[in-house]
Each structure stands twice: as structure tokens, then as C-alpha cells.
Design a protein around this ligand. Structure first.
Ligand SMILES: [Zn+2]
Ligand SMILES: [Zn+2]
Length: 347
């Protein structure tokens, strides 16, 4: 089968691989019907994901049809349409029992698919611990409607959840890329008073406004975000800040734009260490939360999509076949043609 392979630092190639087989009784083999390219795939390409293994098939955001299941898989059978979770988790360890599946202590726990074990930019993928790693797609939903459930939408959902958003809140989301857009949509589920989206790219903000994902959009190179937020909050600052952009400047903005006793959720991945100026922050009494997504709410997210409360189809601006996937990577990496997300259709 064809598959996108992380050859070595700086190189992703379209290559040939044998169709994966069941290895463990808890595995499932899924025929991939739609996958996507994620910014994390570019981080792997550039050698920024230290755990990524050269030779691995990349791709950790995909949907498909179950082909085969191991004898211990209880919840799925061949023919089931499924979303695949970016995270592999056992469901039984200390962390899994508390919903912290990102820290599952299984040897493949956390982000393994398309990083340490072969992923889904391919015709087929082996999903370990399939009872936890798969979710059934409700009847009537298309692949495009549910493509992001296992990764960026799970991340946006988790970001909004850790933000503990309340009805009277002003929520600032820094970064309106694909994950930021998901965070905006999920913040809306909590019906806060005002959602502010911040990004350098006016085209992305225009889509955010058109879709009603935010009430106010700010291009910080043109407008003073602090002043905008001050006017919205009688000078207090944002009740909740979600930092999805991952820059040194946005990291500093995140704590500065929050009001005293606010919550700052740091969801972004950074290339470098960041510094918190604790003497300056003293007395602001912020709650900071941070880390990698606990993608343990995928059934709930699928149900929200089925109810029409979440719709991420507008994020798919481009679609390529697996044969053409490298062109998809080029467009995505160069940010050409207003690209937000590229879907990859294996056949
Ligand atoms: Zn990703
Ligand atoms: Zn676990």
C-alpha cells in the first residue's frame, strides 16, 4: 500500500509499505477513508518531535472502516465506520481512570500513532488498544464532518473544558489556525458573554466572523488587543485565555491579557522554552493549565456534531488523493491559497 513515511529529519516521502496485520489481540485494522495533514506532521518532518521514529508512517488524524479486529476487541467489528483517536490509551491505569489519557502508562500510551508507531496517511492503519482508540461514527455523518474528532477538535474541546468557561465570561483565544478555530467553536458551547479571536491572518479572522465562531476579532499588528479587552471587561482583562498559537509573544500575551484570578489554558506546542516573569505576575493570582490533549471525550464530540452543535467542515479547504499527498504538504507548509486544512483521500 501507499503511505507517507518520515524518512529522516527534513524528509517526508510517499512510499510503499505492506498492509498492516493484527499484532495484538486488542488491535484493529482500519481501512482509511479520509485522513488529514496536521501541523504536527510538519513538526515531525523538521525533527522537532524527538519521540518520532525515522521510518514511521505519519498521520494521526483519520477516519475509516474497521476491516479486522483482534479477539479481545469487544466494542467494534468489521464494517464499523470509526474515527481514530490521536492518543493510544489502555483505559485502566491510574491516569486513564481519571480521564488523563495523554499520560496513559501503557508502553504505547499517549501520542504514538503516526509518531512512534505507523499512522494513517496510508491505505490501512493498525490501531492498538482499539476499544479505546476508536469511536463509532453516528449514522448519517460524513467522513468530512468527523475528520477532526480524534485530534484538533478533541484538542479544541479539551482547551475549552480546562478553561472552565462560564456564561458571564469574556474568553480570548490566541491563534485562529485550525486548532484555534476548533477551540473557538468549543468555547461557544459554554455560551460565554464574549469570545475574542486573535490572529495575524485577516483571511482566517474573516472566516471566524462569517461563521460566528467569535464575537470580536483582533489583528494585533493593527489593533491593541489589551485595549479591546479592557473595553469589553470594564478594564479587568479576560476571564479565560486559551493560548493556541505557540509563539513567545503569544505566551506573554496570554498571562498579561488575563484578569486577576483568571484562567489561562496553554494548549500550544512551543519550539523553545518560555519564561514566566513571576515577580511581575505576583498578586495576579492566575490559574495556569497546560499540556497535551486528553482526548477522552470523542463520543461526546461526535454526538455534538450529530446534533449540529459543532461543524468543522469549513476547515477543509483542500483535498488531495494519497498519490498527490506531497502537493498537499507543499500547499499546507507554504500556507498557499488560503489553506486551513488538507484532507487526504487514500483511494
Ligand atoms: Zn495533530
Ligand atoms: Zn492507561
Amino acid at each position: 500500500m501507499k503511505a507517507v513515511i518520515y524518512e529522516k529529519k527534513g524528509s517526508l516521502i510517499l512510499g510503499d509499505r505492506p498492509v498492516p496485520q493484527l499484532c495484538e489481540p486488542t488491535d484493529a485494522i482500519v481501512k482509511v477513508t479520509l485522513a488529514s495533514i496536521c501541523t504536527s506532521d510538519l513538526h515531525i518532518k523538521h525533527g522537532a518531535v524527538l519521540r518520532a521514529k525515522p521510518g514511521v508512517v505519519v498521520g494521526h488524524e483519520m477516519v475509516g472502516v474497521v476491516q479486522e479486529v483482534g479477539e479481545q476487541v469487544k466494542n467494534f467489528q468489521p464494517g464499523d465506520r470509526v474515527t481514530v483517536n490521536v492518543e493510544t490509551f489502555c483505559g485502566k491505569c491510574f491516569f486513564c481512570e481519571r480521564g488523563y489519557v495523554n499520560n496513559c502508562t501503557d508502553e504505547n500510551g499517549g501520542w504514538a500513532l503516526g509518531c512512534r508507531i505507523d499512522g494513517g496517511q496510508a491505505e490501512y492503519v493498525r490501531v492498538p488498544l482499539a476499544d479505546q482508540g476508536l469511536n463509532k461514527i453516528p449514522k448519517g455523518l460524513s467522513d468530512r464532518q468527523v475528520l477532526f474528532v480524534g485530534d484538533i477538535l478533541a484538542t479544541g474541546y479539551w482547551a475549552a473544558k480546562i478553561g472552565e468557561i462560564k456564561r458571564e465570561d469574556t474568553v480570548v483565544v490566541l491563534g485562529a489556525g485550525p486548532t484555534g478555530m476548533c477551540a473557538l467553536m468549543c468555547a461557544r458551547l459554554y455560551e460565554p458573554k464574549t469570545i475574542v479571536a486573535v490572529d495575524l491572518d485577516e483571511r482566517r479572522l474573516a472566516l471566524v466572523r462569517e461563521e460566528g465562531w467569535a464575537d470580536v476579532t483582533v489583528q494585533p499588528q493593527k489593533e491593541d488587543l489589551f485595549q479591546v479587552v479592557a473595553e469589553l471587561t470594564q478594564g479587568r482583562g479576560a476571564d479565560v485565555v486559551l493560548e493556541v498559537a505557540g509563539g513567545a509573544d503569544t505566551f506573554q500575551t496570554a498571562w498579561k491579557v488575563a484578569r486577576p484570578n483568571g484562567i489561562v489554558g496553554i494548549v500550544a506546542i512551543y519550539d523553545e522554552d518560555q519564561t514566566l516573569p513571576l515577580p511581575k505576575m505576583y498578586g495576579k493570582n492566575l490559574t495556569l493549565k497546560m499540556g497535551g490533549v486528553d482526548a477522552s471525550d470523542c463520543d461526546e464530540i461526535l454526538s455534538l456534531i450529530a446534533q449540529g452543535k459543532l461543524d468543522t467542515t469549513k476547515l477543509i479547504t483542500h483535498e488531495v488523493t494519497l498519490d498527490n499527498v506531497m502537493e498537499g504538504y507543499r500547499i499546507f507548509e507554504q500556507k498557499e491559497d488560503g489553506v486551513i486544512k488538507v484532507a487526504v483521500r487514500p483511494s
